[in-house]
Design a protein around this ligand. Structure first.
Ligand code: IMP
Ligand code: MG
Length: 182
């Protein structure tokens, strides 16, 4: 594999592992939504990379839309109080919505978002998350598709950032202690 970024202490998932897993997830989605149209929704910015790869592995018709939210309280923690910075462009009433999320940590952001989207009366709403952290405290979110379980560490790459950096790494890894300043 290519050289690991010097700010990382460990690679968790290689480019190839991610590609294979995303292909499996896409195949499952294709099967589950046969004969239907799926509206993929991603939360900017982290999940955009995962969603664009997942989209290409789904063989049924899809639409794509984006939301941007900011979680109050910055740094590495999420507060669950969410402000919508960019709303959906399209109508989702009566449609099958699949939220593509990069990582489920506390689940607070997603819980808010699911409730918000439910108020628009979609036919169904499901979640595909690439990563799910093994944390002590997780809101009760049902994820129909989970790419990988990951340790409760701060991870970056493949869309995930720390202070907007590292999103472009094609693999996912754990940041070295000392890089995170909180
Ligand atoms: P939650 O509301 O705690 O589930 O926060 C989820 C969001 O926090 C994700 O969509 C990410 O943007 C961000 N996040 C959580 N854990 C990490 C991490 O380890 N690295 C980078 N971003 C993370
Ligand atoms: Mg995110």
């Amino acid at each position: 594999m290519q050289d690991m970024h010097p700010h990382l202490k460990e690679v968790l998932f290689t480019e190839e592992e991610i590609r294979n897993r995303v292909a499996e997830m896409g195949a499952q989605v294709t099967k589950d939504y046969e004969g239907q149209t799926v509206v993929l929704i991603s939360v900017l910015r982290g999940a955009a990379i995962f969603m664009s790869d997942l989209a290409r592995e789904i063989k049924c018709p899809i639409e794509m839309d984006y939301m941007a939210v900011s979680s109050y309280g910055n740094g590495a923690k999420s507060s669950g109080v969410v402000r919508i910075l960019k709303d959906l462009t399209s109508q989702i009433e009566g449609k099958h919505v699949l939220i593509a999320e990069d990582i489920l940590d506390s689940g607070l952001t997603l819980r808010y978002l699911i409730n918000y989207l439910k108020s628009r009366n979609p036919a169904s709403i499901e979640v595909a998350t690439l990563l799910r952290k093994k944390t002590r405290l997780q809101a009760d979110i049902k994820c129909r598709y989970v790419g990988f379980e990951c340790p409760d560490e701060f991870i970056v790459g493949y869309g995930l950032d720390y202070n907007e950096r590292y999103r472009n790494l094609p693999y996912i890894g754990i940041l070295k202690d000392g890089i995170i300043q909180d």
